[in-house]
Design a protein. Structure first.
Length: 70
């Protein structure tokens, strides 16, 4: 539930007291690969500043210039 609420591994460790390695092992074993998690990942990818160039290639939008006002 914490992962689906977008809680990070370090945050989970702070709550549970488990090591990062232990949390990763638990997640690998028990975390279902749900549609919700997949959709959250796609949304993050699409909205990441690092993917701005790829998004512009697909949409044909012009590049943003420094100082542009929205």
């Amino acid at each position: 539930m914490l992962t689906e609420a977008e809680v990070t591994v370090p945050e989970i460790a702070a709550i549970t007291g488990h090591s990062y390695r232990s949390i990763t092992s638990i997640l690998e074993r028990y975390l279902p690969r749900t549609k919700h998690l997949a959709e959250m990942a796609i949304e993050k990818l699409e909205n990441s500043g690092r993917t701005d160039f790829a998004n512009r290639l697909q949409t044909g939008a012009s590049p943003k210039k420094t100082g542009d006002v929205k």
